[in-house]
Structure formats: C-alpha cells, structure tokens
Design a protein around this ligand. Structure first.
Ligand SMILES: Nc1ncnc2c1ncn2[C@@H]1O[C@H](COP(=O)(O)OP(=O)(O)OP(=O)(O)O)[C@@H](O)[C@H]1O
Length: 308
C-alpha cells in the first residue's frame, strides 16, 4: 500500500515527498506526495484554499516547504542550489498562470514576449533563425505568426493570450509545465480548446504537466492521473478515468455531484448545499488519517477519521 501516486515511468521528473507547508497556524499542505512523469499530466483538483497553488509554488521553487522533499530527476532540490542550478531549474520548470491578461506586458508586442526567453535561454542565434523559431512556436500553439507577432496583448482575445503564454513557456524547452487554473478566466466556449492544446503540447514535447483546477470535470481532457485535494490533504488519487468513474472518497463524490449534465461542464462548487456537505467531510478529515486504502489498480484513498 503506497501513499505515493504510482509513477508511470521509472524515474519521475518531479517528485513531492511528504510535503508539508504551514503558514503560521494554517496547515496549507499536510503530507502531500505525488510524482510527475515525462509525457504525462497529473490533475490537482479541489476547492479554493485546499492547497493547489501552494503545491505549484513549491514545485516552481517560488515557495519552500516547511517539511518534506522536492526531487527533480531523483535529485533532492528542496534546498536552494548554486546560481547555475537555480537558473537551470527555472528553465526546466515553467508556469502558465490563471490570468492571461496580467501575465503579458501591455507595452510589448507578442514577438517581444517570445523573443525574450529565447534570448535568455537559447544563446546567440542569427536573427533569421530566431525569427523562424518564433514562427514555429506560435504555429505550435495554433496562432498565425504573420498575424500575431506584431500585435500587442490587448489586441488578442483571452484564449489567444493564453496560447501566447503557453508558447512563451515552451520557448525555453522545459521538461515540466505547471498550469495553474489556465482556463478559469476564459470564456467557457474556448476552455476546451486550451485544454486540448495543453494535452497536445504535453505529447509533442514529452512534458511532465501539472494541471491545477477546481473543476474535476475537466481533468480527463488533459490528465492521465488525478489527485483530489481537500483541506491540504490528498484524499483520493490514481488513474483519472478510474477515480472519475468510481469515486470512493465522499469529497470526490461531492465534487462530481456538483458537475451538472449537458453543456455546462465547467462549474465551481460554491452552492450552499455544496459548502454544507464539504463542512461535514471536513470534520471527518480532521485529524489527518495516515491510513491509505488501495481501492483499485492505481486508485487510492485516504481513510476517513470518525468524528467524535
Ligand atoms: N502566503 C500565505 N500566507 C498565509 N496563508 C497562506 C499563504 N498562501 C496560502 N495560504 C493559505 O494556505 C491555504 C492554501 O492556499 P492555496 O492558495 O494553496 O489554495 P488553492 O487551493 O490554490 O486556492 P485558490 O484556488 O483559491 O488559489 C489557504 O488557507 C490559504 O489562505
């Protein structure tokens, strides 16, 4: 019975090992352990405040865990390394943020946004070669370079800006992409396109992807594996299709019950009933149980603790 999410390949690119993060009396992460593997995506799913962004920030080395280990290709990277190691890590682990509007500088063209990372990490190249690289990158995310390059961010739609953000992340040939709620600020009609793009760039670039979302219904679009987080703990995890088809933890069941049928597939769990149910589950999840139950092939859940 392994508390770790099973890695699909022999050596994961990223591994979180028993990560804890406290902010004063707030226990944002309690014993979080999972792996990201090349060419695979893992969806980290849960309501606001469950600890998703804290996980992302620790992986991107924007934050440090209170305890536990962060491993990159088997090497312990919890502590700060040399300047060169840190630069390499920052190149290797790229982030795409929720807000496609604020993550681009309004004063610069799209060409400038893509050129910068290529200059910083790609070394000196003749202009013609660099122009060719920019064009290929934009094409790879579904943007027409001849139209897009000279535009400013405000001249693009939200979906197009998120495509630029993905192209910018890919410009440095990373091995890990952390996408933190990449579609939640986009129009519902284009969210699926961006998720399909993420799934495609993952395959084409052999990326290890962490896809963070509050919307469990979207996990299967991108991710082979899923971790459901609740109140800073992993409550259920494993193969995405298995977890979605046979959810065992009451919180996963609650998240899935909040997904309406039909076209409205993208929802948040903010209703009074949802919050009331979540509070009940919270009382069953405190204190954290260390008992992990294997409920299927590559499908695990944390046992509930009886409330007094
Ligand atoms: N810098 C900080 N100082 C104090 N508390 C923090 C800090 N960062 C996060 N927290 C707390 O840690 C918990 C987890 O926050 P986190 O942002 O990781 O959750 P989340 O699941 O990403 O939520 P959201 O989707 O709203 O961003 C929350 O209770 C949050 O208030």
């Amino acid at each position: 019975m392994k508390p770790h999410l099973q890695a699909v390949t022999a050596e994961p690119v990223i591994r979180l090992d028993d990560i804890r993060r406290h902010f004063g009396s707030v226990y944002a992460l309690k014993s979080v352990s999972f792996s990201l593997s090349a060419g695979k995506a893992l969806a980290l799913v849960g309501e606001s405040g469950c600890g998703k962004t804290t996980c992302a920030r620790i992986i991107a080395r924007l934050d440090k865990p209170t305890a536990g280990r962060l491993l990159f290709r088997g090497q312990d990277r919890t502590a700060r390394g040399s300047g060169k190691e840190e630069r390499m890590y920052r190149k290797d682990v790229q982030m795409v943020f929720q807000d496609p509007f604020s993550s681009l500088n309004p004063a610069f063209t799209i060409n400038h946004h893509i050129t910068r990372p290529l200059q910083l990490h790609g070394g000196d190249k003749p202009k013609a070669e660099r122009d060719d690289d920019i064009a290929k990158l934009l094409e790879s995310v579904g943007l027409d370079p001849s139209v897009t390059r000279q535009k400013f961010p405000h001249e693009l739609s939200g979906g197009q800006r998120q495509r630029v953000n993905i192209a910018r992340a890919l410009a440095v040939a990373p091995s890990v992409l952390v996408a933190d709620e990449p579609t939640s600020m986009l129009d519902v009609s284009i969210r699926k396109d961006i998720l399909e793009l993420l799934a495609r760039v993952k395959r084409e670039n052999d990326l290890a992807v962490l896809y963070i979302t509050h919307d469990i219904a979207t996990a299967a679009h991108v991710a082979e594996e899923i971790v459901v987080m609740f109140a800073g703990q992993m409550v259920e995890w494993g193969n995405t299709n298995a977890v979605l088809a046979h959810p065992r933890h009451p919180y996963t069941q609650l998240l899935l019950s909040a997904v309406p049928d039909g076209g409205r597939r993208f929802v948040t769990g903010g209703s009074a009933r949802f919050l009331e149910q979540a509070e009940k589950i919270r009382s069953l999840s405190r204190p954290i149980s260390t008992v992990i139950e294997r409920v299927g092939d590559n499908h695990f859940m944390r046992a509930l603790v009886a409330s007094n």
